[in-house]
Design a protein around this ligand. Sequence first.
Ligand code: HEC
Length: 138
Amino acid sequence: MSLTKLVFSTALAAMVGMASAVEFTPEENLFLGMKIYERAAGRGCGTCHDVRPFPDLTQSIKKLSKEEFINVVKNGRPGTVMVAMAPQIMEIGLVKNACMTEEQALNALYAYLQAVAEGKGKAQKPASLDAKIKACGK
Ligand code: HEC
């Protein structure tokens, strides 16, 4: 390989690396998912879902497939007060600050609710997350 080609391909690899999203550890995901649950639509999903007769999401998560569950969060349930939540999730400060993609935010939310359904308690903020937020630079 010529030097020019080598320099070019290295630069290209670096650019591709920069364009790809930050990866989150399972611990970071749990914390991010918890914050999304608490902050979506201003006062969080719990404004409705922690109150009966609204669906208890720790039950819904066992009943629906992951795809179905995420589809409701993304698109809402037409004709009900369950509106599309993804745009509101993407407005959360922490989601922006961590440079999360919509897919990552929805996966983190799902992972958190799955943990809650399995009886796992509150997530602590992993120290590693601050460095990622800083690196994101928003
Ligand atoms: C304004 C109240 C409200 C808020 C806020 C809200 N939801 Fe809902 N959600 C509902 C209602 C009501 C339903 C049931 C709709 C129906 O009749 O099918 C529902 C249904 C769902 C379902 C399907 C449940 C099932 O068992 O079929 C999921 C999943 C869901 N919501 C997730 C979320 C998530 C995640 C958030 C936060 C990002 C959220 N919701 C915020 C009111 C709300």
